[in-house]
Design a protein around this ligand. Structure first.
Ligand SMILES: Nc1ncnc2c1ncn2[C@@H]1O[C@H](COP(=O)(O)OP(=O)(O)OP(=O)(O)O)[C@@H](O)[C@H]1O
Ligand SMILES: [Mg+2]
Length: 279
């Protein structure tokens, strides 16, 4: 590709996912009320916020795993509830926060399930499915574990198996709820680099929830900060991540500097036991 060739992430056909006046809740409780959000197509959006502020609830509603109590989620202008299930599964893949694998399933079979939206009764399993599964296993360094039962893996290996499944689904929209949970630092970076590759090389639109603000700042084109079920700030990390925002969203005193590797904001928590030293 030459320098001035358009990047795949500027694909005008990238799907547009939008929430309008979204109200979400469980039983008698409202968690999200009147939320408006547009996911920039062909970009990486990272949602951050304190525990229980509604990030997973929002992500599940964006993937139709949770029905809105009010307002709507729109995919290319169409209400998500009216999109046929198979079509939605070809457009949008989600890795929930705590997925549960069928008992005894192997890694290869779990990843293979990511291909089911692409199969029909007359075409059950194709060379393309095979290739998507082996590429996803390779990208997540899971090839050597392909024949192992998922329930016998370590937490980090299991998490990578689920990421491989979402990758194998080959959807233009990928929603990931804390994809780096359980992973050691090297594997966290591997997974985040993989997500960035999927975005840059294939133009996939990504929405992910991350707790590590510094990773969020490095990998997000667009950051959404949530508090109490509402969006309190959104935009490029370098424009929204400030000491005041971190205090408001997390109740945490911090210093915001510049990441010496990426130049993106670097959030350094202060805590009660450390006073900032003069530099
Ligand atoms: N299935 C459920 N039934 C009832 N309440 C729920 C359910 N799932 C979440 N909640 C509640 O909704 C609120 C928001 O939860 P949610 O899982 O969206 O938070 P989160 O921002 O993803 O938090 P975390 O960072 O801990 O993953 C919490 O108060 C939680 O207790
Ligand atoms: Mg969550």
């Amino acid at each position: 590709m030459t320098d001035d060739a358009p990047l795949p992430r500027d694909d005008p056909d990238a799907p547009l996912l939008r929430a309008e006046g979204l109200r979400l809740g469980y039983d008698g409780r409202t968690v999200v009320n009147g939320l408006d959000l547009e996911i920039p197509p062909g970009r990486v959006t990272v949602i951050v916020g304190a525990n229980a502020c509604g990030k997973s609830t929002l992500l599940r509603a964006l993937a139709r795993l949770l029905a809105p109590r009010g307002g709507s989620v729109l995919l290319d202008g169409r209400a998500l509830r009216s999109v046929p299930t198979r079509e939605l599964a070809r457009q949008l893949g989600i890795l929930p926060q705590s997925p549960v694998a069928p008992e005894g399933i192997t890694v290869a079979d779990l990843v293979g399930r990511g291909r089911s939206p692409h199969q029909t009764w007359w075409r059950q399993w194709s060379a393309r499915d095979e290739r998507a599964v082996s590429e996803a296993l390779a990208a997540t360094a899971m090839e050597d574990l392909a024949d192992r039962p998922v329930d016998e893996l370590s937490g980090g290996q299991r998490q990578r198996a689920w990421i491989a499944m979402a990758v194998a689904q080959e959807t233009p929209l990928l929603l990931l709820d804390e994809p780096t949970t359980y992973l050691d630092l090297a594997h966290q970076i591997d997974v985040l680099d993989l997500v960035a590759d999927l975005n840059r090389r294939e133009g996939r639109t990504v929405v992910m929830v991350l707790h590590d603000l510094n990773h969020a700042c490095r990998y997000a084109d667009h950051m959404v900060a949530m508090k109490g079920g509402k969006v309190v700030a959104e935009g490029e990390p370098s424009t929204i991540v400030t000491e005041d925002l971190v205090r408001d969203v997390f109740g945490l005193r911090c210093h915001v500097g510049s990441d010496p590797v990426s130049g993106t904001p670097l959030v350094i928590p202060i805590g009660r036991h450390h006073a900032p030293t003069a530099s």
